[in-house]
Structure formats: structure tokens, C-alpha cells
Design a protein around this ligand. Structure first.
Ligand code: ADQ
Length: 467
């Protein structure tokens, strides 16, 4: 296969450990092929100097990082407006939170056209392009309309809802036709894949053309599920490193008489944080023995504070935590410790390892990597228990977790109670199976299996070029 070109909204320097598993895994394959990573610089300018905004090119070893600035107007429409005000809520089944302002879709298209134009100038004939996530769905169609014939793959990190939810987006046909300009489209789960296949059959008369292959809009595409993973080896090494060890010891000392429950999320309405608090309140109400003996640490990192739905969820969460502590707290015990901040990546594994139970209860999540990190950080001799929402993509794989419906606070409280009381032997058995699964499908497997299939698609006739 030729040089790899990764395109994503943001570009991370893969040599920095804070970048996380995905950036590191992509960095490795980019390294091997002397690849290019292209995206937004994170910088905003009021007006471009000349006709285009500035391009920044850096070298990280053999990898080239190329980024472009955005104007504020483009950022407001493309990023805040369409990506996070329309696609994020609708793809997480929240039509009620979507803001279908007509100007947003124009800005989204304009930025994708600008990305296509500027990327095209950097492409080589045998490049293989891999586009990431919902910000860039129309990128391949824009590239194709400029004459790009290179292989292009796409991976959606968030869920894809059923056809009738997608159909609520004005311009959904344009958006979904854009997905069909790729050679391979990857999803997190079989449920998402099934929604895509149903959509293209119902709305675009797609014809099956063999294993995962479709004929649609007069060309062939592949569609498949590639559940993303973490770098289990790297995460276990991080767990053994001094910063995580220090965190682990501090937490174990502080909570030696109590069982610790942990939640770690971006503060996002998809993560089900108020529902989680209600389930925890239900636990304290229904199982009085958990009072004084269990503490929930909830860390919610600030996220997208320029989108109004995010400030609403912040206030709801603060008020729930306050009322639980007010109603159930004692002079020497507070049921919830809530922090609105990010924990350093190097310390996170220590917190996971000191916790008896992880609460990963999103209302919808493409995959969710926190639950995989929690599993990786556990001591296999005395592991904690994962309480996982059935609506996280990860639930398709992690069958040995305690699966819950986060909308059902009584049922979730009962599962948390079970988790707190689970005997050691059962905890070990469940953890062993979960660890084997996340090892088998780690982030390197994800990268390799996607690129292998994209490589196979290369050998085939894709049909007529995009019109
Ligand atoms: P996210 O919605 O960001 O990702 P997730 O998969 O859980 O969700 O990844 C979050 C990452 O950020 C994890 O590595 C976690 O450790 C870290 N993180 C979260 N909160 C933190 C905090 N308070 N402090 C420190 N670190 C924190 C999107 C999709 C997911 C999909 C991923 C990858 O929404 O469904 O799993 O992409 O494809």
C-alpha cells in the first residue's frame, strides 16, 4: 500500500503521550509509510490574509503534520453549528437538541470543500486516504469532484442512528450520498453498520454485491464494523508507572474503609451523567448499607462550552450532586465527589485501579474507551467490576460486564449493588474474559484491520468516478 494520509478535524502530535492511544496508533502507521496527517490547526482568524487561511506544516519524525486555520465564521457554522449542533445530537438520537439552522450546513460544506482543495494539492498518486469522524463526512465527495481517484476510507467514531432518525436532518440525502463516495466506510458496531445498510437500501436503492460490498450511486463501496480499542499494552505500562502508582496508593489509603465507584467522562449529554446520579441516589435510598460504605468519584472534563446544551447539563449535574450530598451526606462522609476537570492521563490508571466499580452509563456512545481503560488498569487478582450501558457500542463486545439500561434508575441501582457485592471468584472470571476481548481487539488491531480491508478494496474496480 502507498503512503497513508490521515484527515481529521484536529491533528495531534503522535509523539506526545498526552495524545492518547488513537493518535499513537495512527502515528505508528503514519511513521511506517512516511505519512501525512491533515486537519484544522485549532487556530481561529478573523479574516484570512489573502484568499486562503494559513497552512502550517511540521515534521514529527517521518510524519508530516499539515494544518490549516479556520475563520471564526467558518468555525461557528462548521464546528459549533453543524458538527456539534446538528450531527452530534442527531447521531446520538437527540433530535430534540438539534439546531437545524440553514447557514450551518453551508459552512460545513464550505470547510469540507476548503479541506479538499488544500489537501488535494499535497496528494501523491499512490496515497491511501483515511478520513476520521463526523466533521468530514462529505470530504471524499468533494475530493472526487476535484478529480481525486485515490483510495479513500472513512471511519465514524460516533453512532449512526436508524434511517428514520437520519431522515429528520434537512439535507440527509446529500450527507449520506457523501458517505457513498468512499471506498470503505467503517462503523463502531454492528448496530451502526446495520443502520447504514438499511439507509442505503431504503433511500438509495443500494444492491448487495457480496460480503460487505454494495453497489450504490453507480459505484462499489465496502461497509464494515471495526470496534475501536485502546493500546492495552501501553495502558498497562502506564498503570505500573510512578504517577499512577502514587495515585493508586493515595486513593487506597483515603478509601480504605469504603468502596470506591468511579465515573470518568467528558461532560456531554450523551454520557448519561444525570441518569447515573439518579441511579446512585436510588442505590443509597434502596440499599441503606451502601450509605457510609460507598463513595462515587465523578470526574467530568469540560467540553464544548460554546454549545448551549452543554451548559444546561453542567447545571443539572451540579444540582443533582449537591442534593445527593445534602440529603445523604454525614459529617465524615460525602456520597459524591464531583469534579469538573480533566485528570492527567498518567494518573488516571491509578484512579481506575483503586476503584471497585466503574460506572460507564452513556445514553448513547459510539464505543466508549473509558470502560476499556478501566479493564486494562485492574489487578487481575482483585479486579473491579464494570457496570456498562447497553447503549454504548462497547456493550456489543463486553458481554461479561454488568449491562444496564441507564434510563432505568432502579435497575441500574440493583446492578451497582450487585457489583459492590460480587464475590472475588466471579470478579476474576468476568475480568479475565473482558481483558482477553480488549487485548484481541486493541487499537492496533483496529488500525490494521481497517487498512487491510481498504487495501483489498484497492484491488477492485470501484466503478465510475464520483459525479
Ligand atoms: P469520546 O466521546 O471523547 O470519544 P471516549 O471513548 O470515552 O469518549 O474517550 C474519552 C477519552 O478521554 C478516554 O481516553 C478518557 O480516558 C479520556 N477522558 C474522558 N474524560 C476525562 C477526564 N475527566 N479526565 C481525563 N481524561 C478523560 C469519541 C466517541 C466514543 C469513541 C471515541 C473513540 O464519542 O464513543 O469511543 O470517540 O472512537
Amino acid at each position: 500500500m502507498g503512503r497513508l494520509v490521515v484527515v481529521s478535524n484536529r491533528v495531534a502530535d503522535p509523539r506526545k503521550t498526552a495524545a492518547g492511544g488513537l493518535a499513537v496508533a495512527l502515528g505508528e502507521v503514519l511513521n511506517d509509510s512516511g505519512g501525512l496527517w491533515f486537519g484544522w490547526s485549532g487556530k481561529l482568524v478573523e479574516e484570512p490574509v489573502g484568499t486562503e487561511t494559513q497552512m502550517h506544516v511540521h515534521h514529527a519524525g517521518p510524519v508530516t503534520l499539515a494544518t490549516v486555520d479556520l475563520t471564526r465564521e467558518d468555525y461557528d457554522a462548521y464546528y459549533v453549528g453543524y458538527s456539534n449542533g446538528v450531527l452530534w445530537p442527531v447521531f446520538h438520537y437527540r433530535l430534540d437538541l438539534a439546531d437545524f439552522d440553514a447557514g450551518y450546513i453551508e459552512g460545513y460544506r464550505r470547510v469540507n470543500q476548503m479541506f479538499a482543495r488544500r489537501l488535494l494539492a499535497m496528494l501523491q498518486p499512490d496515497d491511501v486516504i483515511w478520513v476520521q469522524d463526523y466533521h468530514l463526512i462529505p470530504l471524499a465527495a468533494e475530493l472526487r469532484s476535484l478529480g481525486c481517484t485515490q483510495r479513500i476510507g472513512y471511519f465514524l467514531h460516533i453512532p449512526l442512528p436508524p434511517p428514520l432518525i437520519l431522515a429528520a436532518i434537512p439535507g440527509h440525502d446529500w450527507l449520506m450520498k457523501g458517505l457513498c463516495a468512499y471506498d470503505l466506510v467503517g462503523f463502531q458496531s454492528n448496530a451502526d453498520l446495520d443502520h447504514f445498510c438499511r439507509y442505503i437500501q431504503d433511500e438509495a436503492h443500494a444492491q448487495p454485491a457480496g460480503e460487505g460490498r454494495w453497489r450504490v450511486f453507480n459505484r462499489f463501496i465496502h461497509a464494515a464494523a471495526f470496534p475501536i480499542g485502546i493500546d492495552v499494552g501501553e495502558f498497562r505500562a502506564l498503570t505500573a508507572a510512578p504517577e499512577a502508582q502514587e495515585m493508586y496508593q493515595r486513593m487506597s489509603r483515603e478509601y480504605s474503609r469504603r468502596k470506591l465507584l468511579v465515573g470518568v467522562d467528558r461532560l456531554d449529554y450523551s454520557k448519561g451523567l444525570p441518569q447515573r446520579m439518579r441511579a446512585f441516589r436510588e442505590l443509597l435510598a434502596r440499599y441503606p448499607e451502601t450509605r457510609q460504605s460507598a463513595t462515587l468519584i465523578q470526574i467530568a472534563s469540560p467540553s464544548r462550552e460554546d454549545v448551549s446544551a452543554y451548559t444546561d447539563i453542567l447545571h443539572e449535574l451540579e444540582s443533582l450532586c449537591g442534593s445527593i450530598n445534602g440529603n445523604y451526606g454525614e459529617l465524615d462522609w460525602m456520597p459524591v465527589r464531583y469534579m469538573h476537570r480533566t485528570v492527567a492521563r498518567a494518573r488516571l490508571p491509578g484512579l481506575y485501579r483503586a476503584s471497585r466499580v466503574a460506572l460507564v452509563t452513556p445514553l448513547r456512545d459510539g464505543m466508549n474507551l473509558v470502560c476499556k481503560e478501566f479493564i486494562a488498569a485492574q489487578n487481575p487478582e482483585d479486579p473491579g467490576v464494570l457496570v456498562l450501558s447497553r447503549f454504548a457500542g462497547a456493550a456489543e463486545q463486553l458481554k461479561e460486564a454488568l449491562l444496564v439500561n441507564p434510563y432505568d434508575s432502579e435497575g441500574t441501582a440493583a446492578a451497582i449493588h450487585l457489583a459492590l457485592q460480587m464475590p472475588l471468584e466471579e470478579r476474576r472470571e468476568r475480568h479475565k474474559a473482558l481483558l482477553a476481548t480488549i487485548r484481541r481487539t486493541d487499537v492496533h488491531w483496529w488500525c490494521d484491520s481497517f487498512l487491510d480491508l481498504l487495501g483489498q478494496a484497492e484491488a477492485e474496480e470501484s466503478g465510475t468516478p464520483w459525479l
